[in-house]
Design a protein around this ligand. Structure first.
Ligand code: ADP
Ligand code: 6PG
Length: 200
């Protein structure tokens, strides 16, 4: 619905959301499609790995914290400079990695994508033309630290169709934007947005 897209664009201005989770769960697919629907910027964290790191991961070798930190800084910087609203596809597996992104970006929403291991393994097995294969999955799942209760974000099961996952991401971002407006102007703007949204 055209009005809904424009309300979403207004409401989500200035937001940055990071779609996180293990390799193969669908971060790039969800983040790219959600950014396209929203008309905002998209940052792919994979584009900011060094050739050395990609070769390591292609060999099934998990990166260390020391190798990930400069990469996270590059991802954060790319997101800082990207068009707003911005959606980033980045594994951000540990709390300290998300802290690093928050340090660069200030306030960030996280969308943690989850699925049973088997579903992710099947997606990785079918994926073509990517440096990361199924050998990385177990280390990624072992490293993963879910969002803490104090971290702004949601956790979504990606067994639902891509379109419905994207809808949920956009609804979540719009709801957060409404809450931010409420803090900024005492509720005046959020009331306008709510009135429009009641027509859904
Ligand atoms: N909702 C979905 N349903 C089916 N296949 C999906 C879905 N989301 C992603 N995929 C496919 O799964 C594979 C992994 O997705 P990708 O976005 O590359 O994951 P990640 O960025 O988390 O590594 C890709 O081949 C992609 O096309
Ligand atoms: O920190 C890491 O070990 C990597 O960033 C990793 O988390 C990421 O998953 C790979 O880059 C694979 O790329 P995809 O996640 O796009 O499969």
């Amino acid at each position: 619905m055209a009005w809904r897209i424009s309300i979403l664009q207004v409401a989500t201005t200035n937001l940055v959301a990071v779609v996180m989770g293990p390799c193969g769960v669908g971060k790039s697919a969800v983040a790219a499609e959600a950014a396209r629907r929203m008309g905002g910027g998209f940052v792919e964290a994979d584009d900011h790995h060094t050739a050395h790191a990609k070769a390591r991961m292609a060999a099934g070798d998990a990166l260390t914290d020391d190798a990930r930190m400069p990469w996270l800084d590059r991802v954060g910087e790319a997101a800082r400079q990207a068009e707003r609203p911005t959606i980033v596809a980045c594994s951000a597996l540990k709390r300290q990695y998300r802290d690093r992104l928050r340090h660069v970006l200030g306030s960030v929403l996280f969308v943690h994508l989850t699925a049973p291991r088997q579903v992710i393994a099947e997606r990785l097995a079918a994926r073509r033309g990517h440096f990361a294969g199924a050998e990385l999955l177990d280390s990624q799942l072992a490293t993963l630290e879910p969002l803490g209760p104090d971290e702004a974000g949601i956790t979504l099961d990606v067994r639902a169709p891509l379109a419905s996952v994207c809808e949920t991401v956009l609804d979540f971002m719009a709801a957060q934007a409404v809450a931010n407006f409420k803090q900024d102007d005492g509720g005046a703007t959020s009331n306008v947005i709510r009135q429009h949204m009641q027509g859904r």
